[in-house]
Design a protein around this ligand. Structure first.
Ligand code: ADP
Length: 396
């Protein structure tokens, strides 16, 4: 049983990201992205055997797009597809681990749609289409929230009246769990520590950003909360603001709830402060050329990240290391340096050459000898979803 293939599907509202993962090969057999689904521009691009391929989807919906992609998946899998693993964002308090997508689990995903309106409904479209196409294949949901279900109540409860928690499930859930789990396990493996006896701070910095304190392989606290808006500064999301901001915008300037949500989730963060871009690479280039607001966006990003990491250290009995991952964490040497410079009392110090070396998928230690360990650990959510899918089948 060491040559199984898992198709990993991550459905967005107008996109489907997919990868065909073989359990014993590092390279994916096929990986790609269908975009603009449901519009005349719908198109899928994928890579197979080092070759890039493109197919127009003629306005297909999620089902139509999958129908066009799947013959190529079958070809790459040589007909040997063992299971499908679906990324699901919000499983609420009911889901603690990967689950077979039974009607009960699907209703849990539906029930949590109000907490993740941008993510759970498109996830369900992908699940529905794949179940119709492969009714006999095991299909597994791997949830972003599941890894954080080990947080203690004093970390996941808000200081608001209890009935909002007991009756309306309002609490901190945390996201990016698949990545935080993968990276904390990989980090332990890289230094030869058993994950059951390891303590990490993990900074996942992509378009969305979150940091997690991981103790003995379990999440003990994380920066995202009820929704993926809480916590760190992100590409277009503000992260933490004074909750009264929303009332002030409404009362004083007449913003509606919808306008406040759009402001804080789509127009804030790096984009809002810089007025230029949500893309860190663009901001670094612009700030080098003297763009003041791009430079300020970078400063706020790093200071807030450092402050959050210091706060998360309260959840750790000791620190074995700080792990950077995600597009920014894996590539932006400047961001890693600036963040650590803010954490003076932790005694972090980078090995500048190693910091420069660890980009574009190269992981490893970037801290100077004699100082607390800092590593770059490239994430691999597709691999983690495939692993959890197969672990679930093996446990049956
Ligand atoms: P997503 O969360 O959508 O998966 P990624 O993890 O790919 O996103 O991260 C995207 C972010 O990573 C963008 O802000 C991008 O600018 C940044 N990034 C990628 N490469 C570099 C680089 N070489 N230097 C700085 N930032 C980078």
């Amino acid at each position: 049983m060491s040559d199984r293939n898992v198709l990993v599907i991550n459905s967005g509202s107008s996109s489907i990201k997919f990868a065909l993962v073989n359990e014993s090969q590092d390279e994916f057999l096929l990986e790609g992205l269908a975009e603009c689904i449901g519009t005349p521009e719908a198109v899928v691009n994928w890579k197979q055997n080092g070759e890039k391929k493109t197919l127009m989807l003629d306005g297909a919906d999620h089902g139509g797009a999958l129908a066009k992609i799947l013959p190529h998946v079958q070809e790459a899998a040589k007909g040997q597809l063992t299971a499908i693993g679906h990324r699901v964002v919000h499983g609420g308090s009911q889901v603690h681990e990967a689950c077979l997508l039974t009607p009960e689990v699907i209703s849990v995903i539906e029930a949590n749609s109000s907490l993740a309106p941008l993510h759970n409904p498109p996830g369900l479209m992908g699940i529905d289409a794949a179940l119709k196409m492969y009714p006999d294949l095991p299909q597994v949901g791997v949830f972003d929230t599941a890894f954080h279900q080990t947080m203690p109540d004093y970390a996941y409860r808000y200081a608001i009246p209890e009935e909002l928690y007991t009756e309306h499930h309002i609490r901190r859930y945390g996201f990016h769990g698949t990545s935080h789990m993968y990276v904390s396990r990989k980090g332990a493996e890289m230094v030869g520590k058993p994950v059951e006896d390891s303590c990490w701070l993990v900074a996942h910095l992509g378009n969305g950003c979150s940091a997690t304190a991981v103790v003995n392989g379990e999440s003990r606290d994380t920066t995202m909360g009820l929704t993926p808006l809480e916590g760190l500064v992100m590409g277009t999301r503000s992260g933490d603001v004074d909750p009264s901001l929303q009332m002030h915008l409404n009362r004083t300037f007449g913003y509606t709830a919808q306008e406040v949500e759009t402001l804080l989730t789509k127009k804030s963060g790096l984009l809002g402060v810089s007025g230029l871009s949500n893309d860190m690479r663009t901001l670094i280039e612009a700030s080098e050329k003297g763009h003041k607001n791009a430079a300020l966006a970078i400063e706020i990003f790093c200071y807030r990240l450092a402050k959050a990491l210091a706060a998360l250290s309260c959840a750790l009995p000791r620190l074995d290391g700080l792990l950077f991952t995600g597009g920014i964490g894996e590539n932006a040497t400047l961001i890693r340096k600036k963040t650590l410079d803010h954490m003076r009392i932790f005694n972090f110090k980078l090995d500048d050459a190693a910091n420069q070396e660890c980009t574009r998928g190269n992981g490893g230690k970037i801290s100077a000898d004699g100082h607390p360990l800092v590593m770059v650990v490239p994430t691999n959510e597709e691999r983690q979803i495939a692993n959890e899918t197969l672990e679930l089948l093996d446990a049956k």
